[in-house]
Design a protein around this ligand. Structure first.
Ligand code: HXC
Length: 300
């Protein structure tokens, strides 16, 4: 990310302690970099310790400050509890949580198994809730204020063909955002969400546009004719996580160049025309990526 494009003053996030789930790669890494650059202490978790360690070292090398990496599969509530114990022992309560970790792949729904559904729902819906619950309980008990931010998609408003488990799970987290914004607002805990459009990352492209032929990756379908740039996402995340706009609560904000208004931001326009052979080829490519990532993992 080009940090010179961050729109906030240096030091804005000093004293903030923020956990970014899935912070080793992709959008999580970029938001972590934005928080760090502005002075926050950042904790990142994911399933690959080596990847997390590399990211933490790289970010501290670039910007100084403190990034702590924890291998943790958010599908495992005990692992979350142990990680959050370690974070608390390292300097006390968190002031912010970014629920960014996700899993997704394009598939015709009739080709999904129960395991395939659960692989996504367990990360996106259940895992996000487990993280929020574990941390929320501690903050309530200690009477500490904090901001929670979940990374969703515009499918929470439109639904989305060919990514049904993700659309369902992210819609559930949209409901969590609105529900806890009201229920836990009185504890000083606020809940917002970002619905990013296309911000290309390696993990996403391999699973949502395998071989470059699928997905909603066509820039010409977007009114602005381009994908998002990482500093744009980071600026919105800082706005929602940093001090100064705490009255924003219970909102899900799209950052997608009006792709949602133009085309629903979904895969349907491109994918509905594909046949069996194309789907077979894409499934094989996605599974190749999954196996490669799995071989790298230290948890789960
Ligand atoms: C059909 C598939 C499949 C495919 C996996 N499965 N890929 N089924 N088509 N392409 C099935 C498997 O056959 C298996 O079911 C089940 O899913 C679990 O597969 P595993 O590989 O064992 O899963 P696991 O190792 O737990 O990995 C989880 C994962 C993987 C979700 C499948 O993709 C992952 O770890 N992803 C993390 C990174 C990621 O997805 N990034 C993209 C996020 S993009 P059976 O029945 O065979 O046992 C995003 C939104 C983008 O979130 C929004 C853009 C606008």
């Amino acid at each position: 990310m080009d940090v010179s494009k961050l729109m906030f003053r240096e030091g804005l996030m000093e004293g903030e302690r923020i956990l970014v789930t899935g912070g080793g790669t992709g959008l999580g890494r970029e938001m972590a970099e934005g928080f760090l650059k502005l002075g926050a202490t950042v904790y990142i978790c994911g399933r690959r310790q080596n990847k997390l360690d590399d990211t933490a070292a790289e970010l501290m090398g670039l910007h100084g400050g403190k990034v702590v990496a924890h291998a943790c599969d958010i599908r495992d509530p005990d692992a979350i509890h142990a990680m959050v114990d370690a974070i608390w022992a390292d300097g006390g309560a968190l002031t912010g949580v970014v629920n960014n970790a996700a899993g997704n792949f394009i598939s015709r729904t009739e080709d999904l198994s129960v395991n395939g559904f659960n692989a996504i729902a367990d990360i996106v819906m259940r895992g996000t809730f487990y993280v929020t619950l574990d941390i929320g309980k501690r903050l309530i008990a200690e009477k500490k204020r904090a901001s929670f931010l979940s990374i969703l998609t515009t499918w929470v408003w439109s639904g989305s063909a060919f990514v049904v488990p993700s659309a369902m799970s992210k819609t559930a987290i949209n409901a969590m955002t609105q529900s806890l914004a009201t229920e836990w607002g009185r504890y000083g805990l606020r809940f917002n969400a970002i619905a990013p459009g296309l911000f290309p990352t390696k993990g996403m492209s391999a699973r949502l546009s395998p071989g470059g032929q699928g997905g909603n990756s066509k820039n010409d379908l977007n009114p602005m004719g381009r994908a998002g740039e990482m500093h744009e996402l980071a600026n919105l995340a800082v706005f929602l996580m940093g001090p100064g706009a705490e009255y924003v609560n219970g909102q899900t904000i799209a950052i997608d160049g009006a792709g949602y208004q133009a085309n629903g931001g979904t895969f349907y326009p491109v994918l509905h025309a594909l046949g069996d052979a194309e789907w077979d080829a894409m499934r094989a490519m996605i599974k190749g990526t999954n196996e490669k990532d799995k071989a790298d993992r230290t948890t789960g």
